[in-house]
Design a protein around this ligand. Structure first.
Ligand code: GLN
Ligand code: ZN
Length: 768
C-alpha cells in the first residue's frame, strides 16, 4: 500500500471553535490557560480523527493560533524592535500584538498582512532588520510534536522552509534581497531539525511553495545551498520537501536534485510534472503525489487519481509513493456533515477536509482487496459520472446566450471624459465630489435580524422594514453631512459575494462551509456547480427605495464578476474564464434593470481582480484579458448617461495599470491611504483620463482621521491628478467599523474635500 498523508488540516474546528476561543481571549472572557486548553482539545481531535481515518503521515505544527508565517517568524526570533521583545520565549500577547497591533501607552502597528499565494488566506509579513539575528526563540514545532506524541501519535511536523520564509519577508531597505539572510537563518533551522529528531520525529515536511513560482536562478541556488546544509542537520531524519498551488515546471529538476528524502508534487494544478518527475527522481527518493484537490471542494475522480498513483508505483514501488491532497486542506471547509441544506445529489459531488482525508486513505489502499475501499471508490466513480452527466450543470439557454455575445457588447459608448460631460449635466456635484464605498456599519442588530429571519423567528416583511429603517438612517446621515453621491449602506448583505450567490442559479451556498481568512476571520465561499444565470433582479428594490428618499444620486451596488468568481469555489469542469463570463452576463442584466429603474450611478466592485493574477507570468496576460473582458461585459450595457464606478483594495496596481485603464470605469476608487497616495503617480504616468477616488480615510484603523491629514492626502492627490478627475472617499467599505468612528470620520472627510476644492478652485477657477 502507498502511504496516506496530508500536508495540513483546517485549524478552525468543525464549529469554528478556534474563532470562539480567540475572540473570547481577546475580549478578556477567556484566560490564556483556557485558550490553550481549548485549542489543545481542538488539536487532539484533529490528530485522532486523522489517525482513525488511516492517515499515516499526520502533520503537526500545521495548527496555529493566528498564522503559520507569524509562527515561523517567532520560531526563528524575527521580532521587529518596536514590539520591545526581550529575547525570552515569546508570549501569547507578543504574538497577538504582532498580528493585530497593540494599544498600550503607545500604539504599536501590527505586521502587514497579505495574501498567501493565490488563496484567500492572509499571512503576516515578517520584517527583517539590517542587523537581524536569528535564534530558536519559540519551541512550538517541538512542543506540538511532543503534544501529539503524548497522545500516542507520531506526527510529521510541518515547517515553512527558510527560502520561502525569506522571500515572503520584508527586508530592511529597498533593493537587496532578503536571501542575504539565509546563512544567518540556516543554523536555526538545523538546530530545530536536530531537536525534532531528538524528540522522536522520523519525518519533517518542509514547505517551499516558491518552487511553484517563476523564480530567478538565485532562488534555486539558495534552495540548493540551504538543503545541502539541512540535509545533513539531523542524521536519521527524513525530509519531505513540498511545493504546491501550481506545477514546478522548470524548477522540478532542481527540487529533485536536492538532498531530501521525498518531494511533494501538486498533481491537480501541475499534472504535467508527473512524467518528468518519474524520469528524474533519484534512487531512494519518495514522491508525494498531490492527487486530491486541496484548493477546491470537488470529490476526487478516482480513475484520474489512481492513474497517476499507478504510474508512480510502477516506477517506484508502493513504499516510495505517498498519496496526498495537492496542498494543505486549510483552504477548504472542515466537514460536509453539517450541510443538511444541500440536496443529496449536490452533496455527493463534494468533498470537504474530512471527506478528502477519507479519499486519500482510500486511494492509498486501492487495489489491495479491501471490499470497503473498493465500494467507496465505486461510489466516488458514480458520483463523478453523475456530476458529469447531470442536466443541472449545463443550462442550454445560458450556453446559447454566451455563444451569441458580440464584440460590441464589451464597449461602452464614447470615452470617459465624454461620458463625464453628459452625466454631470444631469447632477449637481461639488468640485471635488465626495462619496463612500458602499457599506455602512453592520451593527449587531442587522446581523441578529438576519439570523432571526433564517431561523424563522422574523418574517420577511418585518425584516424588510428593519432594513428600510436602516437605509433611511444611512441616507439621511449622508445628506446631512453633505456627501455628493450616496449609497444605501448594504445593510441587507451578509457578505458581498454570498448575497449574490444566494440569488444566482448555478450557485449553492453552505451553512457551515467556513474557511479561515486570517486569525479568527473566516469566510464562507459559495460553490459554483453549474452554468450561471439570474432568475430575478437582486439589488434593484433596495436601490430604488434608497433613491426615493433623496434628490442626490444613489449608487447601485454590485460585486463584480471576477470577485464573485475569485471568492467562490469554482467548478473544475469548465474554464474559469467561461464561468466568469456567465457571471458577467447575469450581472449585465442587473445593470440594465438598475438603469431602467432610474439609478444612474452603478458601482461594480472588483477588490479581487488583482489577486486572481496567476503565479506564472506566462499565464498572466490571458487572465487579465478575460478578467477585464468580464468586467466590460458587465458594464458595457449601460448608456453614456449612466456612470459606472468600481472599487479595488489591497492592490499593487503599478504592474497592471494597462488592465485597470481598460476596464474603462468612469470612476475608480482605490485604497491609497496606507501607501501615502504614492500609487497615484502610476495613474498620472499612464495618462489615465477617467476619474479616480483615492481612499483618504484608512478604514482599517479604528482611529478617526483628522481634517488636516485628509487635506494633506487630497493635496498630494491633486498634485498628480487633475481636479476634475478627482473624488474624495474612504478606502474601503465601512461595514466593519462602528458609527462612533464613522460619523466624525466622514464629517471630516467632507470638510477636507471642501477645503481642498476651495484652495484649488481659487488658484485656477477654470478647472472647476
Ligand atoms: N461595496 C463593498 C463595501 O463597501 C466593497 C467591499 C470591498 O471592497 N471589499 O463593503
Ligand atoms: Zn475595498
Amino acid at each position: 500500500m502507498s502511504i496516506a498523508s496530508i500536508l495540513g488540516y483546517p485549524r478552525i474546528g468543525r464549529s469554528r471553535e478556534l474563532k470562539r476561543a480567540l475572540e473570547g481571549y481577546w475580549s478578556g472572557r477567556l484566560s490564556s490557560e483556557q485558550l490553550l486548553a481549548d485549542t489543545a482539545t481542538l488539536k487532539a481531535d484533529r490528530w485522532r480523527q486523522q489517525q482513525a481515518a488511516g492517515i499515516q503521515h499526520i502533520p503537526s505544527n500545521d495548527f496555529s493560533l493566528y498564522d503559520h508565517v507569524l509562527d515561523t517568524a517567532l520560531t526563528v526570533g524575527a521580532v521587529p524592535a518596536r514590539f520591545g521583545w526581550s529575547g525570552a520565549a515569546p508570549e501569547l500577547d507578543l504574538m497577538f500584538a504582532m498580528a493585530r497591533g497593540s494599544k498600550g501607552e503607545v500604539e504599536v502597528a501590527p505586521l502587514d498582512m497579505t495574501k498567501w499565494f493565490d488563496t484567500n488566506y492572509h499571512y503576516l509579513v515578517p520584517e527583517l532588520a539590517a542587523d537581524q539575528s536569528f535564534t530558536l526563540a519559540s519551541r512550538k514545532p517541538i512542543d506540538e510534536f511532543l503534544e501529539a506524541k503524548a497522545l500516542g501519535i507520531t506526527t510529521r511536523p510541518v515547517l515553512l522552509g527558510p527560502v520561502t520564509f525569506l522571500r515572503l519577508s520584508k527586508g530592511p531597505a529597498q533593493g537587496g534581497s532578503t536571501l542575504e539572510f539565509l546563512d544567518r537563518l540556516l543554523p536555526v533551522y538545523a538546530e530545530l531539525l536536530s531537536e525534532l529528531r531528538q524528540a522522536g520525529a522520523t519525518w519533517v515536511q518542509i514547505d517551499e511553495p516558491c518552487l511553484s513560482q517563476d523564480v530567478p536562478v538565485e532562488v534555486l541556488e539558495a534552495l540548493e545551498h540551504a538543503y545541502q546544509k539541512l540535509g545533513q542537520a539531523a542524521p536519521g531524519l527524513n525530509l519531505l520537501l513540498a511545493s504546491y498551488f501550481a506545477g514546478m515546471g522548470g524548477n522540478l529538476a532542481t527540487a529533485l536534485a536536492l538532498p531530501v528524502d521525498a518531494v511533494h508534487l501538486d498533481l491537480v494544478r501541475g499534472a504535467s510534472d508527473l512524467d518528468p518527475a518519474l524520469q528524474l527522481v533519484p534512487e531512494g527518493m519518495a514522491l508525494s503525489l498531490g492527487v486530491v484537490d486541496g484548493h477546491n471542494v470537488w470529490r476526487t475522480d478516482p480513475d484520474r487519481a489512481l492513474g497517476q498513483i499507478q504510474r508512480a508505483v510502477a516506477k517506484l514501488g508502493e513504499d516510495r509513493v505517498l498519496v496526498a491532497p495537492s496542498c494543505s486542506l486549510l483552504h477548504v471547509p472542515v466537514s460536509l456533515e453539517a450541510e443538511t441544506g444541500l440536496d443529496q445529489e449536490l452533496r455527493s459531488w463534494l468533498a470537504f477536509a474530512e471527506e478528502k482525508v477519507a479519499e486519500v486513505c482510500c486511494l492509498a489502499r486501492a487495489g489491495h482487496g479491501s471490499p470497503e475501499v473498493e465500494a467507496r471508490l465505486a461510489e466516488s466513480r458514480e458520483a463523478c459520472a453523475d456530476r458529469r452527466n447531470s442536466p443541472r450543470v449545463t443550462n442550454p439557454a445560458v450556453r446559447a446566450r454566451m455563444a451569441r455575445v458580440t464584440p460590441d457588447q464589451f464597449a461602452r459608448p464614447g470615452d470617459g471624459p465624454g461620458r463625464r460631460l453628459i452625466w454631470r449635466k444631469g447632477v449637481s456635484l461639488s468640485p471635488l465630489p465626495t462619496t463612500t464605498i458602499g457599506s455602512f456599519p453592520q451593527v449587531p442588530e442587522l446581523r441578529q435580524a438576519r439570523a432571526k429571519l433564517r431561523r424563522g423567528e422574523l418574517d420577511q416583511s418585518h425584516y424588510e422594514q428593519l432594513m428600510e429603517a436602516e437605509i433611511r438612517r444611512v441616507v439621511r446621515f449622508q445628506e446631512e453631512i453633505g456627501l455628493d453621491v450616496l449609497v444605501h449602506g448594504e445593510p441587507e448583505r451578509n457578505d458581498m459575494v454570498e448575497y449574490f450567490a444566494e440569488q444566482l442559479d448555478g450557485f449553492a451556498t453552505t451553512q457551515q462551509g467556513w474557511v479561515q481568512s486570517y486569525g479568527s476571520r473566516c469566510a464562507k465561499p459559495p460553490i459554483v456547480f453549474g452554468d450561471v444565470s439570474r432568475p430575478h433582479p437582486m439589488t434593484v428594490l433596495w436601490a430604488v427605495f434608497a433613491q426615493s428618499l433623496t434628490a442626490r444620486p444613489v449608487k447601485g451596488m454590485l460585486t463584480g464578476p471576477v470577485t464573485i468568481l475569485q471568492w467562490s469555489f469554482v467548478r473544475d469542469d469548465l474554464e474559469r474564464s467561461q464561468t466568469c463570463a456567465q457571471i458577467a452576463m447575469a450581472l449585465r442584466d442587473e445593470v440594465a434593470d438598475l438603469e431602467a429603474a432610474g439609478i444612474n450611478v452603478i458601482q461594480i466592485d472588483e477588490p479581487a481582480l488583482r489577486e486572481g493574477l496567476p503565479l506564472h507570468r506566462t499565464e498572466q496576460p490571458a487572465y487579465l484579458r478575460w478578467a477585464v473582458d468580464s468586467f466590460r461585459l458587465t458594464a458595457a450595457g449601460a448608456g453614456a448617461h449612466t456612470q459606472i464606478h468600481t472599487h479595488m483594495c489591497y492592490s499593487e496596481f503599478e504592474d497592471i495599470m494597462g488592465a485597470i485603464a481598460e476596464l474603462d470605469a468612469d470612476v475608480l476608487y482605490i485604497e491609497a491611504a496606507r501607501s501615502g497616495m504614492s500609487l497615484l503617480q502610476a495613474f498620472a504616468d499612464h495618462g489615465y483620463t477617467n476619474e479616480v477616488g483615492p481612499g483618504v480615510y484608512d478604514i482599517h484603523s479604528p482611529l478617526v482621521p483628522s481634517v488636516e491629514e485628509m487635506v494633506a492626502r487630497l493635496r498630494k492627490a491633486a498634485s498628480v491628478i487633475p481636479l476634475d478627475q478627482l473624488w474624495a472617499n474612504p478606502d474601503c467599505g465601512l461595514k466593519t467599523r462602528g458609527w462612533a468612528e464613522v460619523e466624525p470620520s466622514l464629517r471630516n472627510l467632507v470638510s477636507a474635500a471642501r477645503q481642498v476644492a476651495a484652495e484649488l478652485t481659487a488658484v485656477s477657477p477654470a478647472s472647476s
